[in-house]
Design a protein around this ligand. Structure first.
Ligand code: ZN
Length: 240
Protein backbone atom coordinates (compact mmCIF):
# COMPACT_ATOMS: atom_id res chain seq x y z
CA UNK A 1 0.00 0.00 0.00
CA UNK A 2 1.44 3.34 -1.08
CA UNK A 3 0.70 6.53 0.83
CA UNK A 4 2.16 10.02 0.56
CA UNK A 5 2.00 12.88 2.98
CA UNK A 6 2.66 16.19 1.24
CA UNK A 7 2.55 19.79 2.45
CA UNK A 8 2.02 22.96 0.46
CA UNK A 9 4.19 25.41 2.36
CA UNK A 10 2.82 28.91 1.86
CA UNK A 11 1.67 31.95 3.84
CA UNK A 12 -1.59 31.54 5.79
CA UNK A 13 -4.69 30.58 3.81
CA UNK A 14 -4.02 32.32 0.47
CA UNK A 15 -5.52 34.49 -0.94
CA UNK A 16 -7.40 35.55 2.20
CA UNK A 17 -4.54 36.21 4.65
CA UNK A 18 -0.95 37.42 4.46
CA UNK A 19 0.24 36.28 7.90
CA UNK A 20 2.73 33.43 8.43
CA UNK A 21 1.60 31.77 11.66
CA UNK A 22 1.66 28.44 9.89
CA UNK A 23 5.35 28.89 9.18
CA UNK A 24 6.23 30.07 12.67
CA UNK A 25 4.16 27.61 14.69
CA UNK A 26 2.67 25.01 12.37
CA UNK A 27 5.61 23.80 10.30
CA UNK A 28 7.97 23.14 13.25
CA UNK A 29 5.24 21.00 14.83
CA UNK A 30 4.73 19.09 11.58
CA UNK A 31 8.45 18.42 11.28
CA UNK A 32 8.51 17.17 14.88
CA UNK A 33 5.59 14.84 14.15
CA UNK A 34 7.16 13.48 10.96
CA UNK A 35 10.41 12.83 12.86
CA UNK A 36 8.57 11.10 15.68
CA UNK A 37 6.59 8.92 13.24
CA UNK A 38 9.60 8.36 10.96
CA UNK A 39 7.65 9.44 7.88
CA UNK A 40 9.42 11.10 4.95
CA UNK A 41 7.16 13.72 3.43
CA UNK A 42 7.26 16.12 0.48
CA UNK A 43 7.23 19.85 1.25
CA UNK A 44 6.27 22.04 -1.71
CA UNK A 45 7.56 25.51 -0.70
CA UNK A 46 6.76 28.83 -2.28
CA UNK A 47 10.09 30.58 -2.92
CA UNK A 48 8.81 33.50 -0.86
CA UNK A 49 8.45 31.33 2.27
CA UNK A 50 11.83 29.67 1.63
CA UNK A 51 13.48 33.11 1.52
CA UNK A 52 11.79 34.24 4.73
CA UNK A 53 12.26 30.97 6.64
CA UNK A 54 15.51 29.46 5.36
CA UNK A 55 16.12 27.57 8.60
CA UNK A 56 12.89 25.61 8.03
CA UNK A 57 13.94 24.66 4.50
CA UNK A 58 17.22 23.44 5.93
CA UNK A 59 15.35 21.38 8.51
CA UNK A 60 13.22 19.80 5.77
CA UNK A 61 16.33 18.71 3.88
CA UNK A 62 18.43 17.71 6.89
CA UNK A 63 15.62 15.54 8.21
CA UNK A 64 15.44 13.55 4.97
CA UNK A 65 12.30 15.00 3.39
CA UNK A 66 11.85 16.11 -0.20
CA UNK A 67 11.82 19.83 -1.07
CA UNK A 68 9.53 20.74 -3.98
CA UNK A 69 8.25 23.97 -5.55
CA UNK A 70 4.84 25.55 -4.97
CA UNK A 71 5.69 28.42 -7.33
CA UNK A 72 7.24 31.78 -6.42
CA UNK A 73 4.62 33.53 -4.32
CA UNK A 74 1.59 31.28 -4.78
CA UNK A 75 0.75 32.67 -8.23
CA UNK A 76 -2.08 30.73 -9.88
CA UNK A 77 -0.88 29.44 -13.24
CA UNK A 78 -4.35 29.55 -14.78
CA UNK A 79 -4.43 33.30 -14.12
CA UNK A 80 -1.08 34.09 -15.75
CA UNK A 81 0.01 34.02 -19.38
CA UNK A 82 2.19 31.07 -20.29
CA UNK A 83 5.30 33.31 -20.29
CA UNK A 84 4.49 34.86 -16.93
CA UNK A 85 3.84 31.41 -15.51
CA UNK A 86 7.14 30.11 -16.80
CA UNK A 87 9.01 33.09 -15.36
CA UNK A 88 7.43 32.51 -11.92
CA UNK A 89 8.35 28.80 -12.00
CA UNK A 90 11.93 29.47 -13.11
CA UNK A 91 12.37 32.14 -10.43
CA UNK A 92 11.00 29.82 -7.75
CA UNK A 93 13.40 27.06 -8.77
CA UNK A 94 16.35 29.46 -8.68
CA UNK A 95 15.59 30.29 -5.06
CA UNK A 96 14.76 26.75 -3.91
CA UNK A 97 17.74 25.12 -5.63
CA UNK A 98 20.04 27.25 -3.48
CA UNK A 99 19.05 24.84 -0.70
CA UNK A 100 19.29 21.56 -2.59
CA UNK A 101 17.97 19.49 -5.45
CA UNK A 102 14.36 20.23 -6.54
CA UNK A 103 12.59 17.88 -8.97
CA UNK A 104 8.92 18.08 -7.94
CA UNK A 105 6.24 20.71 -8.43
CA UNK A 106 2.72 21.44 -7.25
CA UNK A 107 0.74 24.34 -8.73
CA UNK A 108 -1.03 26.72 -6.31
CA UNK A 109 -4.71 25.85 -5.90
CA UNK A 110 -3.96 22.75 -8.00
CA UNK A 111 -4.67 24.82 -11.10
CA UNK A 112 -2.40 23.42 -13.79
CA UNK A 113 -3.05 23.91 -17.50
CA UNK A 114 -1.53 20.87 -19.22
CA UNK A 115 0.80 22.91 -21.46
CA UNK A 116 2.94 23.43 -18.36
CA UNK A 117 4.25 19.86 -18.49
CA UNK A 118 6.72 20.88 -21.21
CA UNK A 119 7.79 23.93 -19.24
CA UNK A 120 8.41 21.80 -16.14
CA UNK A 121 10.40 19.24 -18.16
CA UNK A 122 12.54 21.99 -19.68
CA UNK A 123 13.36 23.20 -16.19
CA UNK A 124 14.43 19.88 -14.74
CA UNK A 125 11.21 18.93 -12.98
CA UNK A 126 10.53 15.16 -13.00
CA UNK A 127 7.30 14.91 -10.99
CA UNK A 128 4.18 17.06 -10.95
CA UNK A 129 1.44 16.70 -8.35
CA UNK A 130 -0.96 19.41 -9.47
CA UNK A 131 -3.80 17.28 -10.79
CA UNK A 132 -6.43 16.14 -8.33
CA UNK A 133 -8.53 13.01 -8.34
CA UNK A 134 -11.16 14.81 -6.23
CA UNK A 135 -11.46 17.43 -8.97
CA UNK A 136 -12.26 14.81 -11.56
CA UNK A 137 -8.80 13.81 -12.84
CA UNK A 138 -9.05 10.11 -13.60
CA UNK A 139 -5.83 9.01 -15.27
CA UNK A 140 -3.90 7.90 -12.20
CA UNK A 141 -0.12 8.03 -12.12
CA UNK A 142 1.31 8.40 -15.63
CA UNK A 143 3.92 10.20 -17.68
CA UNK A 144 3.12 13.32 -19.67
CA UNK A 145 6.21 13.50 -21.86
CA UNK A 146 9.10 13.31 -19.41
CA UNK A 147 7.12 14.45 -16.38
CA UNK A 148 5.42 11.93 -14.11
CA UNK A 149 2.01 13.06 -12.84
CA UNK A 150 1.22 11.88 -9.31
CA UNK A 151 -2.26 13.30 -8.61
CA UNK A 152 -3.48 14.38 -5.18
CA UNK A 153 -6.26 12.16 -3.87
CA UNK A 154 -8.34 14.38 -1.59
CA UNK A 155 -8.69 18.01 -0.67
CA UNK A 156 -6.78 19.07 2.46
CA UNK A 157 -9.77 19.67 4.74
CA UNK A 158 -10.68 15.94 4.56
CA UNK A 159 -7.91 15.07 6.98
CA UNK A 160 -9.44 17.46 9.54
CA UNK A 161 -12.83 15.74 9.51
CA UNK A 162 -13.81 13.73 12.60
CA UNK A 163 -11.84 10.46 12.43
CA UNK A 164 -14.89 8.22 12.03
CA UNK A 165 -16.02 10.25 9.03
CA UNK A 166 -12.66 10.57 7.30
CA UNK A 167 -11.96 6.86 7.69
CA UNK A 168 -14.79 6.20 5.25
CA UNK A 169 -13.20 8.56 2.75
CA UNK A 170 -9.77 6.90 3.04
CA UNK A 171 -11.24 3.45 2.46
CA UNK A 172 -12.64 4.54 -0.89
CA UNK A 173 -9.48 6.14 -2.28
CA UNK A 174 -7.49 4.47 -5.01
CA UNK A 175 -3.73 3.94 -4.73
CA UNK A 176 -1.48 5.71 -4.37
CA UNK A 177 -3.18 7.74 -1.68
CA UNK A 178 -1.65 11.20 -1.89
CA UNK A 179 -2.69 13.55 0.90
CA UNK A 180 -1.87 17.20 1.21
CA UNK A 181 -2.15 19.80 3.94
CA UNK A 182 -0.78 23.25 4.74
CA UNK A 183 1.21 24.46 7.77
CA UNK A 184 -1.50 27.05 8.55
CA UNK A 185 -4.04 24.26 9.16
CA UNK A 186 -2.01 23.26 12.22
CA UNK A 187 -2.46 26.59 14.01
CA UNK A 188 -5.88 27.71 15.29
CA UNK A 189 -7.64 29.62 12.50
CA UNK A 190 -11.09 29.76 14.12
CA UNK A 191 -10.97 33.55 14.66
CA UNK A 192 -9.93 34.46 11.12
CA UNK A 193 -12.34 35.75 8.51
CA UNK A 194 -11.87 32.88 6.09
CA UNK A 195 -14.08 30.16 4.65
CA UNK A 196 -15.53 27.73 7.17
CA UNK A 197 -13.83 24.72 5.60
CA UNK A 198 -10.47 26.44 6.14
CA UNK A 199 -11.04 26.79 9.90
CA UNK A 200 -12.71 23.74 11.42
CA UNK A 201 -10.45 21.52 13.56
CA UNK A 202 -7.40 23.68 12.81
CA UNK A 203 -4.64 23.80 15.44
CA UNK A 204 -3.65 20.94 17.73
CA UNK A 205 -6.71 18.93 16.71
CA UNK A 206 -5.35 18.80 13.17
CA UNK A 207 -1.99 17.50 14.45
CA UNK A 208 -3.79 14.82 16.43
CA UNK A 209 -5.82 13.76 13.38
CA UNK A 210 -2.73 13.65 11.15
CA UNK A 211 -1.08 11.42 13.71
CA UNK A 212 -4.12 9.11 13.59
CA UNK A 213 -3.94 9.01 9.80
CA UNK A 214 -0.28 7.99 9.87
CA UNK A 215 -0.90 5.34 12.55
CA UNK A 216 -3.88 4.02 10.58
CA UNK A 217 -1.71 3.36 7.53
CA UNK A 218 1.28 2.12 9.55
CA UNK A 219 -0.93 -0.57 11.05
CA UNK A 220 -1.75 -1.71 7.52
CA UNK A 221 1.92 -1.89 6.59
CA UNK A 222 1.81 1.08 4.22
CA UNK A 223 4.93 2.50 2.61
CA UNK A 224 5.27 6.29 2.77
CA UNK A 225 6.68 7.66 -0.48
CA UNK A 226 7.98 11.09 -1.48
CA UNK A 227 7.28 12.41 -4.97
CA UNK A 228 10.78 11.59 -6.12
CA UNK A 229 10.29 7.99 -4.92
CA UNK A 230 7.44 7.57 -7.44
CA UNK A 231 9.72 8.74 -10.20
CA UNK A 232 12.28 6.05 -9.36
CA UNK A 233 9.56 3.37 -9.29
CA UNK A 234 7.81 4.40 -12.52
CA UNK A 235 11.02 5.11 -14.40
CA UNK A 236 12.10 1.54 -13.66
CA UNK A 237 8.73 0.19 -14.84
CA UNK A 238 9.07 2.23 -18.02
CA UNK A 239 12.47 0.68 -18.77
CA UNK A 240 11.28 -2.89 -18.18
ZN1 ZN B 1 -1.15 26.45 -2.01
Amino acid sequence: MLVSITFDVEHDCPPYLTTTRGMEEGLPKLLDLMAEKKVRATFFFTAEMAKRFPELVKRVIDEGHELGSHNYNHERLDKLTKDEGERAIVKSLEVLREFGDVVSFRAPNLQFPSYYYDILAKNGILVDSSKATYKGYREGVRFFGDVLEVPASTTSSVIRLPWKVQKLVHARLKEPRVYFAHPWEFVPMQREKIRWDCKFNTGDKAIELLEMLIDHYRRQGAEFLTMRDYYEVYQKLKRE
